[in-house]
Ligand binder design. Structure first.
Ligand code: SAH
Length: 240
């Protein structure tokens, strides 16, 4: 069955598409993604082996993480609903001599056509941009094979995350454009954990992205109050 009511906010897609040409500028509007990338890659590598695995990057945008997955030897597929961002991803991979499989398709639609097709799924900085994150999570749970791993990252919802991710990043330091994030769409880890369990995924681990207040350098730690990563698993045949 194809999407009866696609879980997508066209205004969100429009924002990402309009900025697509800036995706690979490490000092541009997507600088935070460039700065997060080494951390999330290190986290993934500490939790799963990537070489030779079928990995799906959901909401891949211009392909910052997808390319890192390819460089680690994964067979990576990147999906997104922003056509210009996908074009940038394709061209960048071509220039880098990497073979990626980029597709303009929603997680829900792909889950209908390829259930259980992926060993590992990454879905970074996407859930806070979709109208129904639980629908996305359900699709991830369907796309990953039994015993496979799902990694999601998003922004927590509390006073500190509002101050850091919206007031700080959009208005004070202006590291990201105004309107990038909407507070009401931020997701608390408990809410995400509950939604994951409801769709049959188990929570294996959680890690926070900590920001040094002086140098603004990012590091992984236990403080999940702003940006965090969740490692989920689809139970295997033996419940593993
Ligand atoms: N995951 C990438 C990009 C994050 S930016 C990274 O972390 O580097 C958020 C991305 O989600 C954008 O590329 C945007 O086009 C995409 N997106 C937003 N809503 C979406 C939806 N409903 N389905 C798929 N992708 C979506």
């Amino acid at each position: 069955m194809s999407d009866p009511a696609p879980n997508v906010d066209a205004a969100e897609i429009g924002k990402f598409d309009a900025l697509a040409g800036r995706w690979w500028d490490p000092n541009g509007e997507f600088a935070p993604l460039h700065r997060l990338n080494p951390l999330r890659l290190a986290y993934l590598k500490s939790r799963v082996a990537l070489a030779g695995k079928a990995v799906l990057d959901v909401g891949c945008g211009g392909g910052i993480l997808t390319e890192s997955l390819l460089q680690e030897g994964a067979r990576a597929t990147g999906i997104d609903l922003a056509p210009a961002a996908l074009t940038v991803a394709e061209l960048h991979a071509l220039e880098a001599g990497l073979t990626a499989d980029y597709r303009l398709v929603s997680a829900e639609a792909l889950a209908d056509s390829c259930p259980g097709a992926f060993d590992v799924i990454t879905c970074m900085e996407l859930l806070e941009h979709v109208p129904d994150p639980t629908s996305t999570l359900a699709a991830l749970g369907k796309l990953v094979r039994p015993g496979g791993d799902v990694f999601v990252s998003t922004i927590n919802r509390n006073v500190k995350s509002f101050l850091v991710a919206i007031v700080g990043a959009e208005y004070l330091t202006r590291t990201v454009p105004k309107g990038t994030h909407e507070y009401a769409r931020f997701i608390r880890p408990q809410e995400l954990g509950r939604a994951a369990r409801r769709v049959g995924l188990t929570v294996a681990d959680i890690a926070g992205v900590e920001i040094d207040p002086f140098t603004r350098a990012f590091s992984l730690g236990s403080d999940v109050s702003v940006n965090y990563l969740l490692h989920l698993r689809r139970p295997g045949p033996q419940g593993s």
